[in-house]
Design a protein around this ligand. Structure first.
Ligand SMILES: Cc1cc2nc3c(=O)[nH]c(=O)nc-3n(C[C@H](O)[C@H](O)[C@H](O)COP(=O)(O)OP(=O)(O)OC[C@H]3O[C@@H](n4cnc5c(N)ncnc54)[C@H](O)[C@@H]3O)c2cc1C
Length: 551
């Protein structure tokens, strides 16, 4: 944490030097003494202090300055630093101005020039003020600050990325916080690029790409080696489980993740049906444990790197990443999981990230405190999302297409017992409306044909999981719904699929290309559960090991 600042402003350089010397002698160890020769220059400097997240303890300002009087300066400065103590340096003739400013700018003291000897006429006064400041000040947040608006999709993506990496940050909504707005204006006056991310080292990034952000916060985005025994694409439960086993048995293993580790499970507020956690475990806790376990065994995990293409060259399986680099390996695991369907009804595309979120209840819930929100879907993920949101929101409407939620019984019971949750059954979503952010939702009850419009500050969508298998669409055999076929599901009349090059049949979790395996939600026959994904990841590793032995 940088030292708090004592700002002293005077246009007369000899006075400024003298006060600076006295302040430095008594306060230099605990405070940064900043002498400046005009009010305007000082206001400019204040913006820089804000960007660096420094705080001001005291303004000691000369009243009589040509461009801007001390009181005029204080009027502006206290908007940014309302907790700072304010002292005017005055000549006898300015006493009335100083008295008037006690109310105008909440002046704490006016000091007559000259102030010598400082031991009697300066330090006792400032000591008392600074002691009081120390008791009451709320020191600024020391970590990363993200300043943006609730209606900006990139702001949401940055917050989600940091949340999913469990990197603490402070959210500053520039529409509600004028200091935050000033901070952003200091960096980007037109404010066309949001969010602005401020770092503790004083640097900032405007609407950063996730990879840029990942680099800045010290996440690994580049592989250390050109070749690995095993490469895993996707760091959900399936990918992480395979990586932990691969690492623990001494294989060189790389995991490639386009967003943040944890996958869908990482966005779950509470997983209650995973073996060994009778009171449940949050997705981020499970992810944190799995990531540290994998890293402890020497596994490399890349963040914000999308695998864009997979191809085969002799015994090598190659992966091309979004930054153009290529990684090769002998065994490859596709553990790219599934994602939610995007809504297509009128208004939905424009409001994505501006009130409409896919999953993400965890990241955004606090922003909708005491407001009405909606959840779309009736499966486990939607039920968990609704229950989590109900801890903050005023009311949560859960829109279900069918008559009964398909979530597990313990979750349906919890939904029905929750006073803040309204289950809207047989409900079709027709339209979403809002100017900058979501405001209204229009639905139809399919059993009564009744149309209903209600307010919603946010809507969290948990419907229609789609396997993320596009990456290998031209390479491996997939079902009509894009799930990857493995093992027995590939066999036609008890024979391996066309193009299969080995004597043996495909292993249980092997795809139609030898050495390329699939596990978890992307695989045909999956049951969309954390435990299944973890189990499949572990089995996939055992099969990759068999495959590597035979190379
Ligand atoms: C909100 C929510 C709550 C849930 N709650 C439960 C629960 O309580 N109990 C339960 O058993 N199950 C629950 N589930 C389901 C469970 O989370 C999934 O079944 C499980 O996460 C699937 O794991 P996976 O590893 O196969 O895939 P995913 O978890 O989907 O992970 C796949 C990963 O691959 C990455 N990826 C995709 N494509 C690429 C690419 N081209 N390049 C690089 N990376 C890529 C994705 O970013 C993602 O991180 C929940 C799901 C959600 C969304």
């Amino acid at each position: 944490m940088p030292k708090p600042v004592i700002f002293t402003i005077d246009d007369d350089s000899s006075v400024l030097n003298s006060i600076e010397r006295d302040l430095r002698a008594h306060y230099g160890q605990d405070y940064r003494i900043l002498p400046i020769d005009s009010g305007k220059a000082a206001l400019d400097y204040l913006k820089k202090l804000g960007q660096r997240n420094e705080t001001v303890a005291l303004f000691l300002v000369d009243q009589r300055m040509p461009e801007m009087s001390g009181v005029e300066f204080l009027e502006q400065a206290i908007k940014a630093y309302p907790q700072a103590k304010r002292v005017l340096l005055t000549a006898y003739a300015d006493t009335q101005a100083a008295i008037d400013s006690i109310n105008e700018v909440g002046l704490d003291y006016y000091l007559m020039k000259p102030w010598h000897p400082p031991q009697e006429r300066l330090y006792p006064i400032l000591d008392e003020l600074l002691e009081d400041w120390k008791i009451h000040v709320r020191l600024p947040f020391e970590g990363i600050r993200v300043a943006g608006t609730l209606w900006s999709l990139p702001s949401h993506q940055v917050k989600d990325f940091l949340t999913r990496h469990q990197i603490p940050y402070q959210w500053l909504d520039i529409e509600k916080d004028s200091n935050a707005r000033q901070l952003v204006e200091g960096i980007s006056s037109e404010m066309t690029k949001l969010p602005v991310v401020f770092f503790p080292d004083g640097k900032s990034l405007l609407q950063p790409e996730l990879k840029e952000l990942a680099d800045k916060v010290g996440l690994q985005t580049r592989a250390a080696l050109p070749f690995y025994d095993i490469v895993v694409i996707g760091s959900g439960p399936a990918g992480l489980a395979a990586a932990v086993y691969a690492g623990s048995e001494g294989y060189h293993c790389l995991v490639i993740e386009r967003a943040a580790p944890g996958g869908q499970a990482g966005s779950s507020p509470k997983i209650e049906n995973y073996l060994g956690f009778p009171t449940g475990i949050s997705g981020d806790d499970l992810t944190r444990r799995a990531v540290s376990q994998a890293k402890r065994f020497g596994v490399e995990i890349l963040s914000a790197q999308e695998a864009q293409k997979v191809f085969v060259k002799d015994t090598y399986r190659l992966v091309q990443l979004s930054d153009g680099t290529e990684i090769s390996c002998h065994a490859l695991l596709i553990a790219t999981g599934a994602s939610f369907h995007m809504l297509t009804m009128p208004g939905a595309a424009e409001l994505t990230g501006a009130g409409i979120y896919y999953g993400a209840a965890y990241t955004e819930a606090m922003n909708y405190k005491d407001q009405d929100v909606s959840v779309v879907g009736g499966a486990n993920s939607a039920a968990q999302g609704a229950l989590y949101l109900s801890q903050f929101a005023n009311k949560v409407r859960v829109l279900i297409r069918g008559h009964q939620p398909t979530a597990s019984k313990y979750l349906v019971d919890a939904l029905e017992q929750n006073q803040k949750i309204e289950l809207m059954r047989d409900t079709d979503l027709l339209e979403v409306r809002g100017k900058n952010t979501l405001e209204q939702v229009i639905v139809k009850n399919t059993s009564t044909d009744e149309i209903q419009t209600f307010d919603a500050a946010a809507m969290f969508v948990f419907i229609g999981v789609r396997p993320q298998s596009q990456l290998v669409a031209d390479l491996v055999k997939r079902s009509d719904k894009s799930y990857i076929f493995t093992g027995l599901d590939l066999m036609v009349d008890k024979k391996p699929p066309q193009g299969w090059t080995l004597e043996r049949d495909p292993f249980l979790l092997e795809t139609s290309v030898p050495g390329i395996f699939a596990a978890g939600d992307v695989r045909f026959g999956t049951n969309h559960r954390v435990a299944s994904a973890v189990g499949e990841g572990a089995i996939a590793f055992a099969l990759m090991k068999e495959y590597l032995k035979a190379l």
